[in-house]
Ligand binder design. Structure first.
Ligand code: IPD
Ligand code: CA
Ligand code: CA
Ligand code: CA
Length: 279
C-alpha cells in the first residue's frame, strides 16, 4: 500500500546517511593502518576492526529508532557460538557490514556495505554501497532498482553463449564436496559462455547483474546477509533469482543463481542439473 511504501522510504531516508558515512570512513584508511585482522573459523574467514565497528554502529542506530525490529548481522551471529538466525514475520534488518572482507584486507576496492530488510519474511528494501567506486545501489519492493539514483535494469542477453557470468569460485575452497560441485558445474558451462568473472563480493556481484555489467551470478553456500539486499535489487532491476538446484530461492540458505532473465537462468540451470547429478 501507499502507506507501506512511505514507511519503507522513511527507513531508506534514515539509513542512507548512516551507510554513506560508514562507507566514507573506509576511504580514510591508509595503506599502513592496522585493520586488526582476525581469523574466525579458518584462514579464509576473516574479520577486521571495521567489520565489527560498522555492524555495531548500524545495529545500534537502527535499534534506537526501531526498538521492536529484529536484526541479523554477520559478526553478531559469528560471536554467538552455534547460533543459526531464524527469520520471523517482524521487520528484520539483515546486515553484512563489509561484504568482501578478503578483498578489503588486500585493499582491493571491490567490497560493500549491504543492508536488507524483510517484513513478513519478504524482502522489501535493499542497500548496497561500495564507497571505493562511489556506487550506491538501492531498491524498495515494487519501486525499481537504482544506482546512484538512476534506474537500472538487467541486460537483454538471453543466450548462454552470449552471457558473462560472475561465478563465485572461492566458495569451492570450503570443502572437497563444494570443490567437486563447483568444478563440475564449471565444466558444463565453460566451453559455451562468453566470459567468466569471480569478484569475491556477493553483494556487488549480484548488483552487477542488476545493472547489466554481467548477465548472471552464481554461488552456493552463502548466507542471508550476503544476498538479502542485492537479490532484491536484482529482482527490482528485472532479474530472475532462483536456487541453483532449480528449487525456489531460500533467503536463509542461499544457493543462488541470479540471471538477467528467466530464459538465461533456465539454460544455466539445465547445465548445473547435469553436473549436480554427478555429485
Ligand atoms: C564473502 C563474499 C564472497 C563469498 C564468500 C562470502 P564476507 O562474504 O560474499 O564473495 O565468496 O563466501 O563469505 O565474509 O566477505 O562478508
Ligand atoms: Ca565474513
Ligand atoms: Ca558477506
Ligand atoms: Ca562480511
Amino acid at each position: 500500500s501507499v502507506k507501506d511504501q512511505k514507511e519503507l522510504q522513511n527507513y531508506m531516508d534514515f539509513l542512507l546517511p548512516l551507510v554513506l558515512d560508514a562507507g566514507k570512513e573506509l576511504l580514510t584508511i591508509n595503506s599502513t593502518d592496522d585493520l586488526k585482522v582476525e581469523e574466525k573459523s579458518s584462514p579464509r574467514d576473516l574479520v577486521t576492526l571495521y567489520d565489527k565497528k560498522i555492524e555495531k554502529l548500524l545495529i545500534e542506530k537502527l535499534k534506537e529508532n526501531y526498538p521492536d525490529h529484529q536484526f541479523i548481522g554477520e559478526e553478531e551471529t559469528a560471536d554467538k557460538k552455534n547460533y543459526t538466525p531464524q527469520l520471523t514475520n517482524s521487520p528484520t534488518w539483515i546486515i553484512d557490514p563489509i561484504d568482501g572482507t578478503n578483498n578489503f584486507v588486500k585493499r582491493m576496492p571491490i567490497c560493500a556495505i549491504s543492508i536488507g530488510l524483510t517484513i513478513n519474511k519478504e524482502q522489501v528494501l535493499g542497500i548496497v554501497y561500495n564507497p571505493y567506486a562511489n556506487e550506491l545501489y538501492t531498491a524498495i519492493k515494487d519501486k525499481g532498482a537504482f544506482l546512484n539514483g538512476k534506474k537500472i535494469t538487467t541486460s537483454e542477453v538471453t543466450e548462454i553463449q552470449r552471457s558473462v557470468i560472475n561465478y563465485e569460485l572461492s566458495l569451492a575452497t570450503i570443502s572437497t564436496q563444494m570443490c567437486n560441485l563447483y568444478m563440475s558445474r564449471l565444466n558444463y558451462i565453460i566451453g559455451e559462455i562468453s566470459g567468466i568473472r569471480s569478484y569475491g563480493c556477493a553483494a556487488l556481484g549480484i548488483c552487477y547483474v542488476a545493472c547489466g555489467r554481467v548477465d548472471a551470478y552464481q554461488a552456493d553456500a552463502l548466507y542471508s546477509w550476503d544476498v538479502a539486499a542485492a537479490t532484491l535489487i536484482a529482482r527490482e532491476a528485472g532479474g530472475y533469482i532462483i536456487d541453483s538446484s532449480g528449487k525456489p530461492f531460500d533467503l536463509m540458505k542461499p544457493n543462488v543463481l541470479v540471471a538477467s532473465n528467466k530464459k538465461l537462468a533456465d539454460q544455466y540451470l539445465e547445465r548445473f542439473a547435469k553436473a549436480d547429478k554427478e555429485n
